[in-house]
Design a protein around this ligand. Structure first.
Ligand code: NDP
Length: 491
């Protein structure tokens, strides 16, 4: 008898009862160029070695881009410096706000096109890019547009000013949303920008460049260069960059930290995580299971704050595992552009190999694997929603960031043990607590060494709420009032 059958996985199997007719979102309305250049000083520059952006779900080439070398990065920084000195830092906040507001409105107007391109380029389900990524990206620009003319009243008994030219580097898991998280506060506070998208997901950044151009933002205020890690390093190490903001792996975060040590550059790092969802026996179990599913399988688990560890109170462990097992069998894995799809494609072949390797290590170290029985598409990079029971805290799958749809389940007996296990990680980005008792939620939240703690929910984001980590998850906050501070000098 398989593990699935032992756990009664045949009950409540909705996926078996009917087939969903395909509901693909049309690609007919999108406007994707065959090639894109760097966006520098308000113009697109097609220079440098070429690379392609490939759809992870179909493996088709979507567009060709160029790699920015040191000279191209220097050109971008010079444009940003010029725009900073002569235009943007001198412009009153209420005028800057109008541009930021205009960008937000244009993102809304083009939201359908942006959502489709985001799903094609990154592999995430269209429901998520349509309902989460793009609306939240617009919301960030709206939110920070509102701060631009209020900065002088924001920090009592002090005066504030912008920093200068900021260098920003972002990852591939939320391409347009990360652009918004980085650009909106930097623009509102009067800084100019050189930003690099991840090489596997540059296309919505290029569409945003078109929006910025159409919005009439003064040339040089936002410059977007493409390329690999070397281009990112050229931004970080450029002597005329005043501040670096990085989101990505802890490994690269440490390289950046070392490389700017001893300079006067400011730095914020938003790095990896190994978030714990903690289910107490008094929780509403069905609701908690739904939250855990969302916590780990949202965006194929490519989420820095994913709830990739599950701590369950011993008395409800079997019930939770049985329900989790039922629920993952109903998840639909497949074409990211189909509106029925719950789990899209893994972002790249490299990421798929990393997930496979870590899952193999879980099996070798003795954990018990559960996975959906669904058929994966023949083409593209896909991985079935998976979870492991019998995980010990020393297993690699309990310690390392898998960044895929893989959950590690462990147990606890007391709140103190739950807190100790949740904090037993080099990271400290997020946690979720599920309990019927408000006092328990607050007590546990105090014990968590994590920047974001959700109570009876997970993966909820709002531009007004600060986000960031403890320990190796980085430092500095993005979002909310706190998200202004890394871009301001406060006197
Ligand atoms: P990286 O940290 O390598 O990439 C993030 C960004 O940094 C990308 O734009 C990348 O460029 C750029 N970059 C790479 N090297 C340097 C450097 N030396 N200096 C400056 N910038 C650099 O993440 P990966 O894409 O390689 O993913 C590896 C692992 O990192 C994943 O498996 C996942 O575990 C984790 N990760 C975590 C994220 C998070 O938000 N916590 C986000 C992304 C990844 P390019 O894309 O061209 O390499």
């Amino acid at each position: 008898m398989s593990e699935l059958q032992k756990n009664g996985a045949r009950e409540l199997l909705f996926g078996d009862l009917w087939e969903y007719a395909p509901a693909p979102e049309s690609r007919g309305h999108i406007n994707l160029a065959e090639s894109y250049g760097h966006f520098i000083n308000g113009e697109f520059i097609k220079e440098g070695d070429e690379f392609t952006s490939v759809s992870p779900s179909t493996e088709e080439t979507l567009s060709t881009l160029h790699i920015a070398d040191d000279a191209m990065v220097d050109r971008a920084v010079k444009a940003a410096r010029d725009a900073y000195d002569n235009v943007w830092s001198k412009m009153p906040g209420r005028e800057r706000a109008k541009y930021i507001y205009r960008i937000a409105r244009m993102i809304q107007e083009k939201s359908r096109e942006l959502a489709v391109i985001e799903s094609m380029d990154g592999g995430k389900p269209i429901r998520e890019s349509r309902d989460v990524d793009i609306p939240l990206a617009a919301a960030h620009f709206f939110y920070y547009a509102g701060w631009a003319d209020k900065l002088e009243y924001t920090f009592p008994a002090s005066s504030v000013s912008s920093i200068g030219v900021v260098g920003q580097i972002i990852p591939w898991n939320f391409p347009l949303l990360m652009m918004a998280w980085k650009l909106a506060p930097a623009l509102a506070t009067g800084n100019t920008i050189v930003i690099k998208p991840a090489e596997t997901t540059p296309l919505t950044a290029m569409k945003l460049a078109e929006i910025i151009q159409e919005a009439g933002l003064p040339p040089g205020v936002v410059n977007i260069v493409n390329g690999y890690g070397k281009t990112g390093a050229a931004i970080v190490n450029h002597p005329d960059i005043n501040k670096v903001a990085f989101t990505g792996s802890t490994e690269v975060g440490k390289i950046i930290q070392r490389s700017i040590a001893g300079t006067d550059k400011r730095l914020t790092l938003e790095l990896g995580g190994k978030g714990a969802n903690i289910i107490f026996e008094d929780a509403a179990i069905d609701q908690a299971v739904e939250g855990v599913i969302n916590g780990i399988y949202f965006n194929q688990g490519h989420v820095c704050c994913a709830g990739s560890r599950l701590l369950v109170q011993e008395s409800v462990h079997d019930e939770v595992v049985r329900k989790l097992n039922h629920r993952i069998q109903t998840l639909i894995v497949g074409d990211p552009l189909d509106k029925n799809t719950d789990i899209g494609a893994i972002n790249s072949r490299e990421q798929l190999s990393k997930i496979q390797e870590l899952v193999q290590s879980g099996e070798q170290e003795g954990a018990v694997r559960f996975a959906t029985q669904c058929k994966l598409p023949d083409k593209g990079y896909f991985f079935p929603p998976t979870f492991f029971t019998d995980v010990s805290p020393s297993h690699r799958i309990a310690q390392e960031e898998i960044f895929g749809p893989v959950l590690s389940v462990m147990t606890f007996r007391t709140p103190e043990e739950a807190a100790a296990k949740a904090n037993n990680t080099p990271y400290g980005l997020s946690a979720g607590i599920w309990s019927d008792k408000g006092s328990k939620l607050f007590k546990m939240a105090q014990l968590m060494r994590a920047g974001v703690v959700w109570g009876n929910t997970y993966n909820k984001f709002d531009p007004g709420s600060p986000f960031g980590g403890y320990k190796e998850s980085g430092f500095g906050r993005e979002g909310g009032l706190h998200g202004l501070l890394p871009y301001l000098e406060v006197k």
